[in-house]
Design a protein around this ligand. Sequence first.
Ligand code: SF4
Ligand code: SF4
Length: 502
Amino acid sequence: MDLYVHPEFEIVRNEKKCIACRVCERQCANCAHAFDHASREMESFDEKCVNCHRCVTLCPTKALKIVRNPHDFRANANWSGDTIRELYLQANTGAVLLSSMGNPRPLPNYFDRILLNASQVTNPPIDPLREPMETKVFLGKKNVPIQRENGALVDNLPPQIPLSMPLMFSAMSYGSISYNAHASLARAATELGICYNTGEGGLHQDFYPYGSNTIVQVASGRFGVTSSYLMAGAAVEIKMGQGAKPGIGGHLPGHKNVGEVARTRMTPDGSDAISPAPHHDIYSIEDLRQLVYSLKEATGNTKPIIVKIAAVHNVAAIASGVARSGADIIAIDGFRGGTGAAPTRIRDNVGIPIELALASVDQQLRNEGIRDDVSLIVGGSIRSSADWIKAIALGADCCYIATGALMALGCHLCRSCHTGLCNWGIATQRKDLVRRLNPDIGTRHLVNLVHAWQHELKEIMGGMGINSVEALRGNRLMLRGVGMTTEELRVLGIEHAAHIND
Ligand code: SF4
Ligand code: SF4
């Protein structure tokens, strides 16, 4: 007999309010509600509930509430209820635990311990409503010698990604998220003048028209990689690692790799699409350099090449090597980054926070005099414009957002993307569920979110007396830390809030 694992959530139905309309039954792909024909009442199955809030949101009489199951094991400081539940699950199944989205553990979030500066009197703020504020950026290699021909400047700048602001939608593959989610991201990126990222699942034919706002990714599985795919995007990203699962490859189970998803990946219908942890042709910076230059050659030197790595212990040394491999841009993904599926233990325990990784990489590249050889993109739990601005002041040229973008599409962070039963039509390929996400509405919400952040960016920059992102980038004088050790402040390269300029 299996060990009993009690449900994590409890469905609370107010019988006085419930009119047995069966909306919750129809909306729940996990079958947590059912109509009992004998009693003509609704039944709940707590063990199937993932707390996605679809039923709560759509119940016409607001009769539903999902609560964390108050039943728990006897209090024990070392053995939490979740730890015991997970141990029982493993004892029952012998399987590696899988989860989705970002690391939920209460580890320090350094963005919350960083405060921003503002100008007063002698260096007055700038009113962003009346003064021009420059948010446009160009990502790519800047460190090229100035050349002149007959007195005229030679345009020898390597290819760049022009962005209306230093923000992009991070890699999420078609397969891990739905067609309608991709359509929303592609359209919103185009409207905003930024880029979205295909992830490792290839580029669906329908999205080629959005190419100049698309970053095409090449992962170890090489899914969907053809010369037209490489030429379609504004840049090519080599995925070496991912913040949610450093050292681990990707795996799209066969039941999700079907139809258009399999065709886009150029894999047999229904087969597991596995991208191995290492690229089997890359075991050194020299090997990476060969791939970087192969991709430059394949794209006629017209696309910047991004190398994406996970934030791990020796990230600064790795980034230095990547910069020397010829890459134009380095993307660093922090340990709170999201994912469609990852082994729970790895998601929650491997990697380092993006704030520390970013500051140390920026400093290392400066120390070596190669900072302008590459642009830096960072991602992994950028939750608001405040995080975004702090990341730029710590040295980022641009930020990737993914979880926040999915939330704008309706994601309720139930962390069950790996089941393929996303009730909000985002992390699923089931046609009836995909239809629940309207790409027109999704696009509008994404555009609204990013516009709101851009307004906040301009306001905060204006408050600092700064009128361009270029002047904010790496400007750590605009940051102060609270509740941090001397070592943490040293790595971040910022002063404590108690350090007040005379
Ligand atoms: S959606 Fe609300 S009113 Fe309708 S059956 Fe479910 S709980 Fe009852
Ligand atoms: S994308 Fe869907 S399944 Fe994944 S966390 Fe969000 S709501 Fe849940």
